[in-house]
Every structure is written in C-alpha cells, then in structure tokens.
Design a protein around this ligand. Structure first.
Ligand SMILES: *[C@@H]1O[C@H](CO)[C@@H](O)[C@H](O)[C@H]1NC(C)=O
Ligand SMILES: *[C@@H]1O[C@H](CO)[C@@H](O)[C@H](O)[C@H]1NC(C)=O
Length: 149
C-alpha cells in the first residue's frame, strides 16, 4: 500500500517537473527578468506620465519623480510570449511602444543583444533610449530607439 502510494507520487512528480522547466527559462533556470524605466526628463518641466501593461498584468498609471527608476520583474513564459507595452505622456506629446518582447534583445527586431537580466530604458527630452551591447566596443550604450511623436 505504502509502496504504491509512493509510486503514484513519484509518477506525478515525473509528470510535473519537465513541465515546470519548460514553463520558464528565466525564473526556473535563471532569475527573473526586469524592466527599468528611468525618468531623465528635466525636473523643471511638467511631470512624465506613463501606463505599462501586458496581456495579463496592468501596472497602472504612474508619474515618476525626476531620476526615479520605475521597475518590475517577471518570469518568461513558454515560447517567449511575454510582451509589455507602455503609453507615455509629456507636455502634449505622446508615444507608445513595446518595452519588452524578447529575452535576448529586449524588443523583437533588434540586432544588438542584451546579456543582462534586465532591460533599461531612459526617457529623455529627445526620446526613448534603450541600453544595448555594442559588439565592436564590447560595451553597453544608451541608444535612441524612439522619438517623442
Ligand atoms: C526599483 O523600484 C523600487 C520601487 O519599486 C525602488 O525602490 C528601487 O530603487 C528600484 N530599483 C533601482 C535599481 O533603482
Ligand atoms: C558600435 O560601435 C562602433 C564604434 O564606435 C560604431 O561604429 C558602431 O556604429 C556601433 N554599432 C552599433 C550597432 O551601435
């Protein structure tokens, strides 16, 4: 009796564990990923506002102080299907884009890899900058990816 219960338990364990591993490369094999959005706008202007969300998670509307780092962590899903997007408002300007859609390049379609466990964005007067690795220089740089519309 005890032995068969043990067998059933062991059988269930075998069924469950490969599933767990395939669920998330990050978080099971590696730590969680993070997205950082840093407000680098001048402190004397109007406040920056943004609203970030994924399909399942609404991070709400937020207005960071100058130099503040707004960040969150998450585990990547099967097939790397996690996608976070944000709306930004400043003066009468607006912008909207995906801030995370790929575990290697932060957003899909970028050739520059990011080997870090986080994606770092800076919101500046002249646009939105993402930290990316430059193979030639072997160093990270903040690169302009989007202008304010
Ligand atoms: C990430 O956000 C938390 C508040 O949620 C803040 O305390 C922390 O300093 C931020 N991380 C960094 C690296 O600034
Ligand atoms: C990497 O750095 C080199 C040397 O500064 C520069 O010429 C090149 O454009 C950079 N590549 C990217 C993708 O930014």
């Amino acid at each position: 009796m005890n032995l068969s219960l043990f067998n059933i338990f062991f059988f269930l364990l075998l069924l469950i564990s490969p599933l767990d591993v395939s669920l998330a490369r990050h978080c099971v094999v590696e730590g969680p990923l993070q997205v950082h959005i840093i407000n680098k706008l001048p402190p004397n202007g109007p406040p920056l506002k943004f609203h970030c969300a994924s399909k399942d998670t609404d991070l709400g509307e937020y207005s960071p102080a100058p130099e503040e780092d707004f960040n969150w962590s998450f585990c990547e899903l099967i097939g790397f299907r996690t996608l976070y997007y944000c709306h930004f408002w400043w003066y009468s300007k607006v912008q909207m884009f995906d801030v995370y859609s790929d575990p290697y390049t932060c957003i899909k379609g970028q050739s520059a890899f990011n080997f870090l466990e986080y994606c770092k964005w800076e919101v500046r007067e002249n646009g939105f900058f993402l930290e990316q690795y430059n193979e030639t220089e072997k160093a990270y740089h903040m690169n302009l990816l989007y202008d304010w519309s």
